[in-house]
Design a protein around this ligand. Sequence first.
Ligand code: HEC
Length: 246
Amino acid sequence: MAASPLRFVAQAFRPAFGTVAAAQETEKTVADGVYTDAQAARGATVYEASCAGCHRADLGGATGPALRDQRFTRQFAGKELKALFTKAARTMPRNAPGTLGDNAYLDVVAHLLKENGFPSGSQELSADALDGIRIVPGRPKPPPPVGDFSYVEVVGCLTADSRGNWLLTRASAPVAASAAGSASSTASATTAPPGIETFHLLDAMAYAPETHRGQKIFVRGLLIKLPDEQRIAISAFEMLSPSCSE
Ligand code: HEC
């Protein structure tokens, strides 16, 4: 079989690819602190004014795709930072591409890196530096703390206090129920207590608490924060492990 011209070209390039792969191992990545906090703060202002309308203030995506987390990783991880810069600087804002000036786009890239969990450093990101920096998968930021009267999910050890009130002790930090997805199934199957929080459970009697004393329990419900204690009005209650010990 005659070698196609295409295959011939591919073979001719193979040594070049090998060189690139070797260079990547020592290459700088966005995890190395490639922008400054001041730059990211300027970028946040640009983002708010020119990008948030379509990509949402928290980068979660609206008419434009999310610019963070899985979507960001899927689109950009493995590429040079220049690819992200070029995408933004040449095609965004979508209704006025390229209108902001290179410095504003560099600042906005810094903001995107920060929001994707990459650390800041001592040097501002410059146009010259873009080529030599590779994007690696982002580190999802921890969910924001939940407010009073939000619907939350927690995991902890079911305990009664001296007055017979039911508590969830050594519990995980509350996560918003909507953001948590199926927290009960993702909660670890171990018996170890997951955290340091204490929640007073309202309406625990409806869930036969005596039969669950000392067990590791998942609770979903309304969080009520008082000055000296946190309460949860239970809407779902599930035993995860018959024991809750180290
Ligand atoms: C008028 C709406 C709109 C505005 C304003 C806007 N974008 Fe976009 N953006 C989009 C849409 C729609 C897409 C998807 C289509 C595309 O890639 O062109 C997109 C795609 C992107 C992408 C590629 C993301 C991916 O995962 O594919 C990046 C990066 C981006 N925008 C950055 C920005 C930045 C930075 C700004 C502000 C300077 C901005 N956008 C302003 C609508 C907008």
